[in-house]
Design a protein around this ligand. Structure first.
Ligand code: FAD
Ligand code: NAD
Length: 448
């Protein structure tokens, strides 16, 4: 190994890169990682973590309103955006520090600058220095996309949304995926007039559409103006400083903020990959095999940059499996089946396994169980919205193959239930489990 500066050089200290660095070092490898922005990556700095904290922060609006029915006098309660924004930013700073410490404790050297691939065993740092490594891991994540229309630059993306100087009076959120629905919920609760507009005819395409239909109804009931089939043609700044979104036949929308949430593009531009001969797919994602190896044998890639499943727990698993495979003498691949996922909309959606439409094609004897109910807390709060739980069962084997939920705390409930789906448990085994009463989760063992 002495012919190289490092056994492993990782580009990108996000979810996948940090885990891979730490585990490779624990297997005895000499490791360095380069990070051009902030250690921790998208999830910690401008993704999952600050987003979830804003979800909590914004939900107090409804909680405080509901509290009155439970006897509390909440008059005089006010909201201050800078306080929430700055407290969230401080928590992100704290976590960034912990990630740095973890790398330091693991004896991983951190270069706080951009790195690009300069050859099968060489990277170049922004400062000009070149470094050699027996193996290179590309873990550069993804970048928010913007549509190729005039005025797109007048909008912001999830990169900027956590730092708004003030909340806008009105916001147009473009897209109908994860980020769009999560920020529609956050902004709506914080009193912003939200329009969620997407060019397609569906929201959250990969989720069970009956569950998504419920979210659509509840979102509209909460005052979110959801526009499907909305073509974004252009954005212009008006004389009074507001923005005008040109939607062609769907009409213009006047707003104060445009948030692009139209998908995240693998971060491979200018990374030296073409020059190094690394194969990319049509969307610019690094092509890898099941062991995360590219077509150049010394170069690997994990996480969003490979555009397989753009989720933190998946990037972490891929990074870990890569390190075990290459440095731990333990070749491992990831099982991508039955990955539980959630959208932290208001209310949240969570699902595991195929949707009902997908399951119908896979299991000819599919049985669908439903529980459509109003959470006890919502009943007393006089809040009309209902929850919906769906269980998909393969009639041939009685196995529960999918669960799809919308309702309070559905992500928390699904994580535990997903273990049963992953383990291949049957409907009879769910039914054998005594209900935990009173809870929402008990619906899962009471479906008839
Ligand atoms: C708003 C938002 C909310 C999200 N919420 C969730 C959620 O609730 N749950 C969930 O599972 N996932 C969520 N995600 C997705 C999740 O953040 C990503 O799937 C995850 O961060 C991917 O990890 P990664 O290691 O592939 O990339 P990243 O975490 O993006 O890390 C890549 C790192 O590489 C750095 N980098 C890039 N190029 C270079 C270079 N040339 N040199 C040096 N450094 C470089 C970047 O600065 C970055 O720090 C969310 C994403 C967003 C944007
Ligand atoms: N809770 C979570 O786990 C979570 C949260 C946020 C992000 N993420 C990850 O990050 C990824 C990116 O999130 P996202 O919400 O940006 O993408 P997404 O893929 O979830 O949704 C993109 C949406 O934009 C629409 N769209 C695409 N091009 C458009 C255009 N030109 N004009 C209008 N609409 C357009 C699509 O139809 C789709 O509805 C997600 O796919 C997910 O993997 C996960």
């Amino acid at each position: 190994m002495a012919e190289f500066d490092y056994d492993l050089f990782v580009i990108g200290a996000g979810s996948g890169g940090v885990r891979a660095s730490r585990i490779a070092a624990s297997h005895g490898a000499k490791v360095a990682v380069a990070e051009e922005f902030r250690v921790g990556g998208t999830c910690v700095i401008r993704g999952c973590v600050p987003k979830k904290l804003l979800v909590y922060g914004s939900h107090f609006a409804e909680d405080l309103a509901d509290a009155r029915r439970f006897g509390w006098d909440t008059s005089g309660a006010t909201f201050d955006w800078p306080t929430l924004r700055d407290n969230v930013a401080a928590e992100v700073d704290r976590l960034e520090g912990l990630y740095g410490q973890t790398l330091g404790n693991a004896k991983v050297e951190v270069f706080r600058e951009r790195a690009v691939v300069a050859g099968p065993n060489m990277v170049q740092l922004a400062s000009g220095r070149t470094i050699t490594a027996a193996n290179i891991l590309i873990a550069t994540g993804a970048w928010p996309g913007q549509p190729p229309i005039p005025g797109a630059e007048l909008g912001i993306t999830s990169n900027e949304v956590f730092h708004l100087p003030a909340l806008p009076r009105r916001a147009v959120i473009a897209g109908a995926g994860y980020i769009a629905n999560e920020f529609a919920g956050i902004f709506n609760e914080l009193g912003v007039e939200v329009t969620l507009a997407t060019r397609g005819d569906k929201m959250l395409r990969s989720y069970d559409q009956e569950i998504v239909g419920k979210l659509l109804d509840i979102s509209r009931h909460k005052g979110i103006d959801v526009r499907l089939n909305f073509p974004f043609r252009a954005v212009t700044r008006q004389a009074d400083g507001s923005l005008l979104v040109d939607g062609g036949d769907a009409g213009p929308i006047e707003t104060d903020l445009v948030l692009w949430a139209i998908g995240r593009v693998p971060n491979t531009k200018g990374l030296g990959l073409e020059a190094a001969g690394i194969a990319l797919d049509g969307e610019g994602a690094v092509v890898v095999d099941a062991y995360n190896r590219t077509n150049v044998p010394s170069i690997y890639a994990v996480g969003d940059v490979t555009n397989r499943v753009q989720l933190t727990p998946v990037a972490i698993r891929e990074g870990h499996a890569f390190a075990d495979t290459v440095f731990g003498n333990n070749p491992r691949t990831i099982d991508y089946s039955a990955i539980p996922t959630a959208v932290f909309s208001n209310p949240p959606i969570a699902g595991v396994g195929p949707t009902e439409d997908e399951a119908r094609a896979l299991y000819p004897e599919l049985k669908v169980y439903r529980s459509d109910f109003r959470a006890m807390k919502n009943v007393l709060a006089d809040r009309p919205e209902r929850a919906l739980y769906k269980m998909l069962v393969d009639g041939a084997t009685d196995r529960v193959v999918g669960l799809h939920l919308i309702g309070p705390d559905s992500a928390e409930i699904l994580q535990a239930a997903a273990i049963a789906v992953k383990a291949g448990l049957t409907k009879a085994q769910f039914d054998d489990t005594v209900a935990l009463h009173p809870s929402m989760a008990e619906e899962l063992v009471l479906m008839r």
